[in-house]
Each structure stands twice: as structure tokens, then as C-alpha cells.
Design a protein around this ligand. Structure first.
Ligand code: AMP
Length: 231
């Protein structure tokens, strides 16, 4: 039976990884895949921001590093992800958004999945031009009620100041979404995360999607890749 991006359902727990620089749309696309495929988005950035807000030991260690646009230590991030992977909802299958970001993290993920008899269905590289990322990042904001992401230019709510998804009127902009920090975040991506493209290519799970077009058309292309990888 033909399925489209909005009705597709997977029966086996899938593990998908979204790779791409800051601003490439990992979070936006991960949330659309959650809705379309019934998977759970795991964003280490979100988990770290929650730890910072809660003032946990990990959060206190991560705060200044995140504000500088550098990568938080592998030990902290791997521990946070390991704990999250133990929660029951991940049995539905996961979309990893922002993890792994280093080879050490990728190897740790392989180990965690092997313990559970799981494997990576696909690591999808979102292909973008760096030059466009600063504009994308500096215009974005999030509904504090439901977490939906919005953008001053590329994704505006139907009614100004009201979230389409939950009706919320309170929005937040990330502290690290500013032009100075974006440069460091892009550098960290190219130096430490981009090598994972070859890592997953070598393991036969790499897929690429052009992520420079309209959000819905990227979502359609990504859904096709995910459907193929999870069937
Ligand atoms: P993100 O929300 O994915 O853009 O992440 C925001 C920030 O959190 C990054 O700039 C890093 O400082 C930190 N971070 C998120 N995920 C990781 C990770 N897997 N490894 C190291 N640092 C991370």
C-alpha cells in the first residue's frame, strides 16, 4: 500500500541519525519525522539545555561551553544520552538530532545499540551551504509551550505571535543563536562532526538529502529516505 509522509508508520524500532551543521534543520525535520513515523526525537542539545535550566551537575559543567559554541565533553553527553535511551518511550524508535557529534560519541552509540541488539537504519546527512546558516540560525525561535520551531523569515506562524501547533503565545530564542557563537558552532561541526559522514559511509548506512529548499519539500525527500531505511 502506498504511504505518504503524513501517514507512514514503522513497526520495528528504528534508529535514525540526522547529521548536519547548526541551522541545517535537524530539529525541524526530526519533529516532522516524529509526527509522520511515530518515532521519538532525541536531541542532546535539548537534553543539555534542560540540564542547564535544572542546574544539575552536568548542566553547570555544560553551560559556559554551550554559550561559547563549543562541544560539551563526550563523557557528559554520552551519559545523558545513555540515561535517555533507558526510558521506555524510545522503544518506538528514535531520531537522534545532534548526536553523535564526535567519533568517540559514534563509537559509544554503536556500543549502546549493540547492548540492546539494535542497529542504525540510516545516518542522513542534511546538505546545506554554510553561508546560509547564519541567517537561518539568527532568525529562529521556539514556542515555549510545545517546542515547535519557528523562523522570522522561513517559517512564520499563521497568526503573528500565536503558535499554530498549540496556540501558545510565549516564544524563546536560544542564548547561543547569535552571529558570534554561530561561527564557533560551524567550526566545531566541520572539525569534529563532519568526519562522521565518512564513518557512516564506511558502515553502509549513510544517506544524503539536499536541505537547502523549502521545509516541506526537504521533509518529503527525507521521509522517502526514512521509509526506505525502515521498511
Ligand atoms: P544543538 O541544540 O544540537 O544545536 O546543540 C546546542 C549546543 O549543545 C551545542 O552547540 C553544543 O555546545 C551542545 N551539544 C549538543 N549536542 C552535543 C553533542 N552531541 N556533543 C557535544 N556537545 C553537544
Amino acid at each position: 500500500m502506498a504511504r505518504d509522509a503524513t501517514t507512514a508508520v514503522t513497526n520495528t524500532p528504528a534508529v535514525l541519525i540526522l547529521l548536519g551543521p547548526p541551522g541545517s534543520g535537524k530539529g525541524t525535520q526530526a519533529r516532522m519525522l516524529e509526527d509522520a513515523f511515530g518515532l521519538v526525537q532525541l536531541s542532546t542539545g535539548d537534553l543539555l539545555r534542560a540540564a542547564v535550566a535544572a542546574g544539575t551537575e552536568a548542566g553547570r559543567a555544560a553551560k559556559a561551553v554551550m554559550e561559547a559554541g563549543d562541544l560539551v565533553s563526550d563523557d557528559i553527553v554520552i551519559a545523558i544520552l545513555r540515561d535517555r535511551l533507558r526510558e521506555p518511550d524510545v522503544a518506538k524508535g528514535v531520531i537522534l538530532d545532534g548526536f553523535p557529534r564526535t567519533t568517540v560519541q559514534a563509537e559509544a552509540l554503536d556500543g549502546l545499540l549493540a547492548e540492546n541488539g539494535q542497529r542504525i537504519n540510516a545516518a542522513v546527512s542534511l546538505e546545506v551551504d554554510d553561508a546560509a546558516m547564519v541567517t537561518r540560525i539568527s532568525g529562529r525561535y521556539t514556542c515555549s509551550g510545545c517546542g515547535e520551531g519557528w523562523h522570522d523569515t522561513f517559517k512564520t506562524p499563521k497568526a503573528e505571535g500565536v503558535c499554530d501547533k498549540c496556540g501558545g503565545t510565549d516564544f524563546i530564542r536560544r542564548a547561543d543563536d547569535n552571529a558570534e557563537t554561530v561561527g564557533s558552532r560551524l567550526e566545531a561541526y566541520h572539525a569534529q562532526t563532519a568526519p562522521l559522514i565518512a564513518y557512516y559511509q564506511d558502515r553502509g548506512v549513510l544517506q544524503s538529502v539536499d536541505a537547502m529548499g523549502a521545509i516541506d519539500s526537504i521533509a518529503g525527500n527525507l521521509a522517502a529516505v526514512v521509509r526506505e531505511a525502515t521498511d
